[in-house]
Ligand binder design. Sequence first.
Ligand code: NAD
Ligand code: TDX
Length: 340
Amino acid sequence: MTILVTGGAGFIGSNFVYMLLEERPDSKTICVDELTYAANIHTLNDAMSYDNFVFYKEDIRNREGINEIFGKEHPDVVVNFAAESHVDRSIENPAIFLETNIIGTAVLMDACRKYGIERFHQVSTDEVYGDLPLDRPDLFFREDTPIHTSSPYSTSKASADLLAVAYHRTYGLPVTISRCSNNYGPFQFPEKLIPLMINNAINDKPLPVYGEGMNVRDWLYVKDHCYGILAVLEKGKAGEVYNLGGHNEKANIEVVRIILSELGKPETLITYVTDRKGHDQRYAIDPSKAMTELGWAPTTMFRDGIKLTIQWYKDHMDWMQECTSGDYLKYYEKMYGNRQ
Ligand code: NAD
Ligand code: TDX
């Protein structure tokens, strides 16, 4: 079995690559990644030593380059993680989100049609359902919840989902889609809430909380997400959508306080800043379909996962420094410099 993973030098994709190398040693894992700002090639250092791992630096929007890789490797399964993934960046510059997340997905699915595959899996997000009100804790996203997006990012992801469903219906492409809640864990780029707050707290820098910090996210440890995708690949049905999440809802301010407490840092570092435009209130996944039909269930509770995550970043400050040098400083200044 040859499995082609796009975006495998990023956060979730790299965790998926390592899971495959460990859990499916008889398979060949091909990673295709353009290595944007969000990737760190050193993340794949250990993977590079495996004989059954191959890395291609390629842009999923480049039809010729993608077709060449498919023609050479003939993947049986394609898992598409490659994306522009940060909501704040999508608010600043939507265009690249449309190109990578929509056009890039189409280029990959066209290659799948041309060369033939057993499965194309689209890694999607709970953000395609929009948000839930804070005062209705009884509501959850189900697979039949209407698509109702808020940001250019979530809109680009929803568009890719619709295209994948269309390729299934029109061309019979064996497509599956998983929609996951917020991930956390090793190798997450420090523009996202948890690694950004860990990095700032370690360096005694202010922790910028948007608005009042009351927005709720449903946190899933990244390894649980990876096993969920593997379950969809091996037990899921073509044409189906599966929600992945673990009922670990937390308000942002609660997450920030836990990080400070774990690191022994004072709450005076918390700084409330201008809210995100169009900020989604609450995400909450109902994962019962994946649990019943795939036998999947998350195994890491937030209280344990956050400790593992903080420890990982403390042990990998060299990795963090690689991510936060150069352009990151400009990004940070632009996004947070004048934000009060
Ligand atoms: P990430 O930003 O950490 O990684 C994205 C990877 O894609 C990077 O390695 C980048 O170099 C690569 N990439 C970007 N554009 C590319 C292009 N044109 N061609 C080839 N490679 C390209 O993202 P992540 O957090 O690991 O998210 C992975 C996927 O999971 C995304 O599709 C995202 O929408 C989805 N998702 C993420 C979360 C989350 O909490 N992070 C939750 C649900 C779903
Ligand atoms: O500095 C910050 N301060 C802050 O209060 C940052 C970076 C974030 N926040 C808030 C905004 C959100 O309510 O924290 C929450 C989480 O923010 P992000 O880490 O940017 O994630 P989110 O916008 O929820 O989207 C994430 O989950 C779904 C991923 O980035 C997406 O790729 C995924 O699809």
